[in-house]
Design a protein around this ligand. Structure first.
Ligand code: MSP
Length: 531
């Protein structure tokens, strides 16, 4: 693979502090970006902040500060989150920046000049929380407005509309003929279902009498731009003139797939004569106590505190390992006291629960951390700190090498589909096999034997574990960049910039290793969160 790779995340709403959901998406995109860099693609990784709209205006008002002051403050928090999580974005766009405003206004002027924006007076139901007009289609089966719309009021207003309906049949055809446009693929149906009904034209303005915090319409200064039209444009405004468009991958959550990313955005671009993004990667939700982690739920406030306790890499590992991209996952700090059907859990059952601490201890500390230390110990004790060349080549060695071949294939396939949890799963199968291989070989016994055949077996064992760990360290660079680097350095390896040496080789031998290394220090149990 080569060539450029332009990857983005959703830009976060600037009306609160960052939480687990925001963090996960940036980590997922970062892992994909780092993997693409190592695959020698010229990566451009964009993330940013969505700063306009009613919610920001309201929050600022409540706090008695200007919206600009609010978003400046919020931006500091979001950028700190990126730094704390080792996110390697190449650019950060804020929708209040002049470079962005200019492109939004240019888009609007062009659509207006083409006759694709018209003015109309319409009355209808309006959701303040979602900042959008609703139709009867949006009601639930009981005829009520679903919770997500918050307060719904009747409003009659003159507004500007984008003739999005003109592009409906093009979009349906585009989705059908580009199976990678919406991934994972099971998400396509939801969009095609939405597109079965004739689409309403999209209201792209808000009168200043109601909302002033937005980008002014270039052809009518009494209005600002609808926040979604504004926000979606960030993907283009950040790279205008660079030749990077179309984006290769927009990483987004399932709540903002349809209609914003799967319908509005491609239609806007089509109307402007621009190409749609190549692919949307739609992840599910992190839940806490089985409810979506969110500001409004109030359950996600402390969700990022584990980063300070366990470190960014452990957090990145947990998120990538525990969420199958596309599905929801529950973030568990404390085991629940009751099962899903309300049955009280015994202490024994609670201990078995896959909490963050448990994943840290088992996958990271026991399986990987101890494996590295076993190697360093044995090489130190039996070989003066230098990994020997392989000697004997018997069944156990052959199976380890064979398994690496399969692991690497599974890793590559998983990454090609952005299924990071699967890549990690196969990597841990390999790590566990290396541990089992050591048990089989029992190098501590071989070291005591006077038989030269045993010495050859011992050498092979150390050489194979060392080479296995070199490959594991390489594979982990996108997910745990700091830990993988430390691992490689401690086993006497340089840190590769690419996957050029990702096949089994003799590179694990002849290197001097460190005496010991603690990749995953013991963590004192964090204090239970206040009830
Ligand atoms: N500002 C819009 C996106 C505009 S993109 C042109 C927005 N912001 S958001 O702050 O609400 O969400 C930002 C991203 O975080 C979205 O992709 C959303 O799906 C994701 N998450 C927010 N909470 C989440 C979870 N609990 N779990 C996983 N991701 C979720 O939407």
């Amino acid at each position: 693979m080569s060539g450029s790779f332009y990857i983005t995340t959703a830009i976060d709403y600037a009306n609160g502090a960052p939480h687990l959901g925001h963090a996960y998406e940036k980590v997922l995109a970062d892992v994909i970006a780092r993997h693409a860099r190592m695959s020698r693609r010229k990566v451009h990784f964009l993330t940013g902040l969505d700063e306009h709209g009613q919610k920001v205006q309201q929050t600022a008002q409540k706090r008695g500060i200007s919206p600009q002051e609010l978003v400046d403050e919020v931006a500091v928090g979001f950028r700190a989150m990126l730094r704390d999580l080792s996110i390697s974005n190449d650019d950060y766009i804020r929708t209040t920046e002049p470079r962005h405003r200019k492109v939004v206004q240019d888009f609007l002027s062009r659509l207006h000049a083409e006759g694709l924006i018209f003015k109309d007076r319409k009355g209808g139901w309006y959701s303040v929380r979602q900042e959008q007009f609703l139709s009867d289609k949006d009601r639930d089966e009981n005829g009520e407005w679903p919770e997500i719309f918050g307060e719904v009021t009747q409003t009659t207003e003159e507004n500007y509309y984008f003739r999005i309906s003109k592009f409906q049949s093009w979009l349906v055809e585009h989705i059908r003929s580009h199976p990678d446009f919406i991934t994972p693929r099971f998400r396509q149906n939801q969009v095609l279902e939405f597109l079965k009904e004739p689409m309403n034209d999209l209201c792209i303005s808000r009168p200043k009498s109601r909302l002033t915090w937005g980008i002014e319409l270039p052809f009518d200064t009494d209005y600002v731009t609808y926040v979604w039209f504004d926000a979606l444009t960030n993907y283009y405004s950040a790279v205008v003139g660079t030749g990077l468009w179309p984006a290769d991958l927009h990483v987004i959550g399932k709540d903002i797939l349809s209609p914003p990313h799967a319908v509005y955005w491609p239609c806007m671009l089509k109307a402007l004569g621009l190409e749609p993004p190549r692919s949307l990667l739609v992840h599910g939700w992190w839940t806490i106590d089985r409810k979506k982690a969110s500001k409004s739920e109030g359950n996600a406030k402390d969700s990022l505190s584990v980063v300070g306790i366990y470190g960014a890499d452990a957090f990145r590992y947990y998120l990538c390992r525990e969420m199958v991209v596309g599905q929801d996952a529950d973030f568990v700090l404390e085991p629940p006291t009751h099962s899903e059907n309300g049955k009280a859990l015994s202490d024994k059952e609670r201990k078995r629960y896959k909490t963050f601490a448990r994943v840290y201890q088992t996958d990271l500390g026991n399986s990987l951390g101890n494996l590295v230390n076993r190697l360093l110990n044995m090489v130190g004790r039996s070989c003066g700190g230098v990994v020997p060349a392989a000697g004997a080549d018997e069944d156990p060695e052959r199976s380890v090498r064979l398994l690496w071949g399969d692991t690497r294939k599974a890793y590559d396939v998983a990454f090609a589909e952005h299924q990071v949890s699967r890549a990690l799963e196969s990597l841990w199968t390999f790590i566990n096999a290396l541990n089992a291989y050591i048990e089989t070989r029992a190098p501590w016994k071989l070291a005591k034997s006077a038989d030269p055949a045993d010495r050859a077996r011992l050498d092979s064992c150390l050489a194979h574990v060392s080479e296995g760990l070199r490959l594991v360290g390489t594979a982990l660079l996108p997910v745990m960049p700091t830990t993988a680097r430390t691992l490689l350095e401690n086993i006497g390896q340089s840190v590769p910039a690419d996957f050029d040496r990702f096949d089994w080789s003799a590179a694990g031998s002849g290197v001097r290793v460190a005496e010991k290394c603690i990749l995953f220090p013991q963590v004192e149990a964090p204090p239970a969160p206040a009830a």
